[in-house]
Design a protein around this ligand. Structure first.
Ligand SMILES: [Fe+2]
Ligand SMILES: [Fe+2]
Length: 166
């Protein structure tokens, strides 16, 4: 299903997180070596600090409360919250990983992040679009638009692109 305009800003940031996942996967597959692994660590922590930490906060304060009402199984939101905790832990572990743990920390982070975002896009966002009334979705979109720039330094690498569905 085409992404509704209300959810496009969050989807753009998902795109950046998935791109990070690809960089990590490629970097590690090609036998990273200590310097390349260090670069991947810096890149991952940049994505977290500039974009994803705020993205998580917007989801937790704005999106998930709406999802609890709208998705067929409200415990889905509990799963999302647990996954956020797991990803926060993985970023923290990555930040503090010594040389012997760096590659495995990158791998764990990549798996958790990519799985979470795929679930949000394929299940949660689809369910929101299907079950919420247009007016409620539009109102949710306005709330997201107001919250994101307050909490994120970077608003998605495709931020200048026209909004799909508008
Ligand atoms: Fe999330
Ligand atoms: Fe997300």
């Amino acid at each position: 299903m085409k992404r509704h305009a209300a959810l496009v800003p969050l989807s753009r940031q998902h795109h950046d997180a998935l791109a990070l996942g690809v960089f990590i996967q490629r970097g590690l597959r090609d036998g990273a070596g200590p310097r390349a692994a260090e670069r991947l660590r810096r890149q991952a922590l940049d994505v977290w600090n500039l974009e994803l930490s705020g993205h998580f906060e917007v989801e937790e304060t704005v999106l998930f409360p709406a999802a609890r009402q709208a998705v067929p199984e409200p415990e889905t939101v509990d799963r999302l919250l647990r996954e956020h905790d797991g990803i926060r832990e993985a970023f923290s572990a990555l930040e503090h990983a010594g040389p012997g743990k760096l590659e495995s920390s990158l791998q764990v982070l990549r798996e958790r992040l990519v799985d979470h975002i795929r679930f949000e896009e394929r299940v949660v966002f689809e369910a929101l679009q299907e079950s919420m009334a247009e007016q409620a979705l539009a109102a949710l979109g306005l709330e997201i638009d107001a919250a994101l720039p307050r909490l994120c330094v970077r608003l998605g690498s495709a931020a200048a692109a026209p909004r799909a569905g508008s």
